[in-house]
Design a protein around this ligand. Structure first.
Ligand code: NOJ
Length: 981
């Protein structure tokens, strides 16, 4: 698949675009490596790696030129302020203001700036209008303001002339030792060293200096170079790549630091990359990468797998994990960032990395092109603590409107409003539920957003009305590039109001994207965001009803003729910040602007907006869902989607999915079917396909494929209550929606590198998607000493560090239930989730070895923000001592009573108890007591004994209990269940 065909749809072919197309044409399906930089093609990355190499060679971090000026240190209310002095031979000392905040939750924030740039005492070259300071506003976009309170009781003591120590955290459990010269920091939890900053001396703050034009003779003088090894200035003042030259008016400005995790053998995070969940080493060697993980949001065409190459989004948050502890780093920088990872072992066999009893240390090296050095150190100590801390800082994932959890049907493109109506009808005809149908760029009139193609979409409203009859929604795409065309009202307004991104000469920036020549909205500008809002009102975005939501694509931003397919780094944004400083935040400013625009489409109409974004940064989780971009219809991409989605969870942006079926290419029927079976476990499930692919709506495949896919989607809908509860958890404590093995079983080292199976929230549902052609079984690893049960037939699998082969013919989804959980479901098949609103619940009680189980359920109106005023149901279910109880977990608010009234008639219609005790075999009823029930009532119990390897189970029909009230169901006397094989 060639880039050319991707770009071919109706794009007005000007002379320029023909040339561009020729340039882009290629016949192979592979990433264009030459479009994107390697570390040695990125000046600052190369310089910082070279510094790291020379420090390592010298094996002397002591030569690091950074020194904390002890006399400058002030400590008050949990904050240390002082100056680091960088000793530079030529220009004398450079002053770097330092702030270290010891925060309430046990985190620490270290900020290092540069005094000269901060004070503006520098001169920019080429008459640039750019700001002189280092960019210091990343926090304003990424942080919510919570979690930043310093702990007033933190205390500083001087241990020696050269070392200071601060104690803080709960019970002063944490300790930071600060070495003054060279500057470095160690973070301790009790007697355990957890994290070291600049322990290897790779810290680097490239200070401002004027460009001194040396006489040509000097530059070439090898004699001179031999006597004083001069710094390599070749990339300080200008950098060219792929025919584009970056004017770099501020000169070299990078910040870098080495961060070591002693005793930690696994690190996770650093979304977004297409590689394993447990991050690899990056300095070469067997099975390792030779490039650092790169974060520079890019439209990477046909991205490759198992690669540290950058993708569309960046979250510079990393978790380091070992059996007894998890710690983390959040590197708050919006510029291009590279991270090298290496590991070393001591006390064991160095080749086996820890498994032979040696201790593994993981070393990381963070390098950013510009901005201040701003890093959060997080001391956990569990993965959950980290998710909570990180979420507190950057915001928890939005609680989406419930339809967003349904199945989304997309392709590039549904060609007309009649086409959409037809697809809608066919889903119904084949009894396949779905919630949302999507329109890609072709719905617009000549790629002019906020318009409809008058020939193909003459009547969008009737299409939306048809969807609305089954509570379905429409999502339309709107990208940040605005067609450069006289008379197009959006472009006219963008220009006349001065709201577009500017080029280095401070004129409106013009580049190429889908519409041809385009301008880009500068969503950093509050005035641009206010204007953006005005475009979404129903009277301006004509043809949209209130069931229309948004997709923001190409917001890295993608610029077809730009360096690395994005904007020049010396472009200028609001506040006169250079694009290089803000690049990784750009996408987030845009989808945020759309989110807020959707909130204000009509006065008084306040519903939770749905926005899908391709580009993202830390904080994007507050207002969008993401997907993993342009994957390919092959088995490897299906397999790669699982670690990528798991990593999104670890990285605090769990509402994600991959294009189901694969974007480029045509999946075989088997691949597509398996992809649907895996896709029902993506938090965001959308089928999507490139414009050149064959139509592949699930009903088109024929039998048995259509029925198998329909069954999978129905399973997704049956588990809707479990999904919604998992989203609620994510929205309140940052937990991933789907969770990896190490996250759920942090003490089991055998699971730390497993990234092809996943748990759904806290439900104990564990799936291992089939991702190999022709496979009829999967091997699933069970960590804990508990029994697991096949979801469909209750076959028992013993846990306790065991791997089981589970048969999985095409129609079978490998899905297990961990003993000890209660899973809420809704079993009535409907056309869309909206139509399930008043349906009764089923509870599946999976008893553990002690005959106990518990679970939770969260529900609300799925649409408004009334839940913030208590309009929700939050139940705790427990089964213990033969009693199943429903109790309230929710807090009362102004809207609780009115909401509960609407839910009064919604009941539990069925309870299934898996691993039912044998003592129930001769019993036939349970008694039910609770709110609204006079005395007690009896309900029928039907017991099914164990059969071969299948567990006994029982079912209670119509217990007559409301989902929103307290009740108790008393089961017959139990003895310990006997289900072990
Ligand atoms: C690129 C996106 O990644 C893809 O999903 C979309 O179909 C095309 N842009 C066209 O809008």
């Amino acid at each position: 698949m060639a880039r050319s065909s991707r770009r071919s749809s109706g794009w007005g072919l000007t002379c320029f675009s023909v040339l561009l197309l020729l340039f882009l044409i290629s016949s192979s399906v592979a990433v264009k490596h030459h479009d994107f930089k390697r570390c040695d093609q990125s000046g600052f990355c190369k310089r910082n790696r070279a510094l790291a190499d020379s420090m390592t060679e010298k094996s002397s971090p002591g030569s690091s030129p950074y020194q904390l000026d002890a006399a400058s240190v002030k400590f008050k209310d949990g904050r240390l302020e002082g100056s680091i002095i960088k000793t530079v031979q030529d220009t004398g000392p450079v002053k770097l203001p330092l702030t270290i905040s010891f925060l309430e939750r046990g985190n620490v924030r270290v900020i290092i700036d540069e005094e000269k740039r901060r004070k503006g005492e520098v001169e920019l070259r080429h008459g640039s209008v750019a700001r002189k300071e280092r960019y210091n506003e990343a926090g304003a976009w990424a942080l919510t303001g919570a979690g930043l309170q310093s702990q007033k009781s933190a205390s500083l003591k001087k241990i020696s002339k050269d070392v200071s120590e601060v104690s803080w955290g709960p019970d002063s459990r944490f300790k930071a030792t600060i070495q003054h010269a060279p500057f470095s920091m160690e973070f301790w939890s009790g007697d355990d060293k957890q994290i070291v900053l600049n322990g290897r001396g790779f810290m680097n703050v490239e200070h401002w200096r004027p460009k001194i034009d040396k006489p040509a003779a000097d530059e070439n003088s090898t004699q001179e170079a031999a006597s004083t090894p001069a710094e390599d200035e070749s990339t300080w003042w200008e950098e060219s790549f792929g025919g584009n030259t970056d004017s770099k008016p501020k000169g070299p400005e990078s910040v870098a630091m080495d961060i070591t995790f002693p005793g930690y053998g696994h690190v996770y995070g650093l979304a977004e990359h297409a590689g394993p969940l447990s991050l690899k080493q990056t300095r070469g060697g067997d099975g390792n990468y030779d490039q650092p993980y790169r974060m520079y949001n890019s439209d990477i065409f046909e991205y490759e797998l198992d690669s540290p190459m950058t993708l569309y989004g960046s979250i510079p948050f990393l978790q380091a994990h070992r059996t007894d502890s998890t710690v983390g780093i959040f590197w708050l920088n919006a510029a291009e960032t590279w991270v090298d990872i290496t590991k070393s072992t001591h006390g064991g066999n160095p080749l086996t990395l820890g498994l032979s009893g040696g201790v593994v240390d993981t070393h990381t090296h963070w390098m950013s092109e510009s901005g201040i050095l701003d890093v959060f150190v997080m001391l956990g100590p569990t993965p959950k603590d980290l998710s909570k801390s990180y979420g507190e800082l950057t915001g928890y994932t939005q609680l989406p409107a419930s339809f967003a959890l349904g199945y989304h049907q997309c392709r590039w493109n549904y060609v007309s409003d009649e086409d959409v109506k037809d697809v809608d009808r066919k889903f119904d005809k084949h009894n396949i539920p779905y919630d949302v149908i999507w329109l890609d760029i072709e719905y617009t009139d000549d790629k002019q957003y906020f318009t409809w193609d008058p020939h193909t979409f003459p009547d969008p409203t009737s299409m939306e009305q048809q969807l609305d009859e089954t509570e379905r929604k429409l999502v339309v795409i709107i990208d940040p590039h605005i067609k450069n065309k006289g008379g197009y009202f959006v472009d006219e307004e963008l220009k006349s109001k001065g709201l577009a991104v500017k080029n280095k000469d401070n004129n409106i920036f013009e580049g190429w994207c889908w519409p041809g020549s385009s301008h880009w909205i500068d969503a950093f500008n509050p005035a641009a965001r206010a204007w953006w809002k005005s475009l979404f009102t129903y009277d301006r975005f004509k043809g949209t009803m209130n069931n229309v939501w948004l997709w923001n694509d190409m917001n890295e931003p993608s610029v077809f003729n730009g360096p690395e397919i994005t904007m020049p780094r010396d472009n200028i944004h609001h506040g006169d910040w250079e694009h290089r400083d803000v690049h990784n935040i750009n996408g987030m400013t845009f989808h945020n602007a759309t989110y807020h625009a959707l909130l204000e489409r009509k006065k008084g109409e306040v519903r939770r907006p749905f926005v899908l974004t391709r580009s993202f940064y830390a904080g994007s989780q507050r207002s969008a869902a993401m997907w993993t971009g342009d994957n390919q219809a092959n088995w490897d991409h299906l397999a790669a989607s699982i670690p990528m989605i798991l990593n999104q969870g670890v990285s605090g942006f769990p509402f994600g999915g991959a294009d189901v079926g694969g974007f480029f290419g045509n999946p075989s029927k088997e691949l597509q079917t398996r992809w649907y079976q895996a896709g029902i476990f993506y938090p965001f499930m959308r089928g999507h396909a490139h414009i050149d692919t064959r139509r592949r709506e699930p009903y088109l495949l024929g039998e048995p494929y259509t029925s198998i896919m329909a069954k999978a989607i129905r399973l997704r809908y049956a588990l809707f209550p479990a999904w919604y509860t998992a989203f609620h958890e994510a929205s309140t404590d940052g937990s991933p929606i789907v969770r990896s093995q190490y996250y759920v079983h942090p003490g089991d080292e055998k699971g730390f590198a497993i990234d092809d199976q996943l748990y759904l929230g806290s439900t104990g549902l564990l799936t291992k998607p089939v991702t190999a052609e022709g496979a009829e079984s999967v091997d699933i690893y069970l960590s804990d000493d508990e029994n697991y049960y096949d979801y469909f037939d209750y076959t028992i699998y013993n846990g306790g560090s065991k791997t089981h082969k589970i048969t999985a013919q095409l129609e079978k989804i490998p899905l297990l239930m961990q003993g000890g959980h209660i899973i809420p479901r809704k079993d009535r098949p409907r056309k869309s989730s909206g139509l399930m609103k008043w349906d009764p619940y089923t509870l599946v009680v999976v008893l553990d070895k002690d005959g106990e189980a518990q679970g939770t359920l969260y529900a609300d109106d799925g649409e408004t923000f009334d839940y913030e005023q208590g309009a929700s149901i939050h139940r705790q279910f427990t089964f213990a001592s033969g009693e199943l109880k429903s109790t309230n977990l929710g807090a009362k608010g102004a809207k609780t009573a009115s909401y509960l009234k609407t839910m009064k008639e919604v009941t539990v219609e069925k309870i299934i108890v898996v691993n039912a005790p044998a003592t129930w075999s001769d019993q036939n009823e349970v008694s039910v007591t609770g709110e609204g029930i006079k005395g007690s009532v009896q309900a029928e119990l039907i017991y099914h004994g164990p059969a071969g390897s299948k567990a006994a189970w029982a079912v209670i029909r119509r217990p007559g209990t409301s989902i929103s009230s307290d009740w108790t169901i008393s089961f017959p006397e139990t003895s310990s269940p006997k289900s072990e094989l």
